[in-house]
Design a protein around this ligand. Structure first.
Ligand SMILES: [Zn+2]
Length: 235
């Protein structure tokens, strides 16, 4: 087993991790992310606001229909007034009409409340567009610096990956597959030596079972640590 090659490959993986970290923590990326976050938050706020405005319009539609229905009802009652024959009936119609007019008044009040709310939201919407535009311009302004850092780091990363490709050719597919598996689930480094003196995994320090330790003592011994999921090899 080409453990040496696999270890070299792993050290290049470490370099790639460091390059990623360098990109993530660079001033240009931090500034870009901060502006992007503000922009996205503003857009989310805008979506919420637009949802609220939409609800108000649904409300207006509902109130307007109720209003029209009441007007039609009042119209009906007026038609009925011509046919009133006694005072009792007149009294009844009057009470009904007062009830309808009160309902109409309430709807008007409700509509007025919605109108006022929409005027306030209109002002909020104007602020939203100013903010969103401002944050978008900030993102745009700091993008070239971030792109420049990205390009520099990507160039370095590509060279490292090319070197890895060459090394990969010298590694047994079985070893490589096991390394990949450990890399996916374990903390870095995924490939660690077996400590023969203490029978333990040198990644997490766990004392391995007799069975695993015995397998590791054989030539080419290669086992996964049941605790940290790293690939343990015999030095
Ligand atoms: Zn371990």
């Amino acid at each position: 087993m080409n453990i040496e090659g696999m270890l070299k490959y792993q050290s290049l993986d470490r370099e790639l991790n460091q390059l990623n970290e360098k990109f993530r923590t660079s001033d240009a990326t931090v500034l870009y992310n901060r502006n992007m976050k503000l922009y996205k938050q503003t857009i989310e706020d805008g979506k919420r606001m637009s949802g609220v405005i939409g609800e108000h319009f649904v409300n207006i539609d509902r109130l307007t229909k109720q209003y029209e229905k009441l007007l039609a009802d009042i119209d009906e009652y007026y038609k009925g007034v011509d046919e009133i024959n006694d005072l009792k009936q007149a009294d009844y119609y009057e009470k009904q009409l007062i009830k309808l007019y009160t309902m109409i008044e309430n709807i008007e009040k409700e509509l007025d409340g919605v109108r006022k709310e929409l005027v306030r939201l209109d002002a909020d919407a104007k602020t939203f567009f100013t903010n969103a535009n401002g944050y978008f311009m900030n993102v745009k302004k700091c993008t070239p610096d971030m792109e420049k850092v990205k390009q520099e780091i990507q160039t370095k990363a590509k060279a490292v990956m090319a070197e890895q490709k060459e090394i990969e050719k010298t590694i047994e597919p079985e070893l490589f597959a096991k390394y990949k598996k450990a890399k996916d689930v374990a903390k870095f480094p995924p490939l660690v030596p077996f400590d023969e003196a203490t029978n333990s995994c040198m990644g997490c320090g766990l004392e391995l079972s007799k069975d695993i330790a015995a397998k590791l003592r054989q030539d080419g011994g290669l086992e996964f640590c049941p605790n940290c999921n790293r690939l343990v090899y015999k030095k």
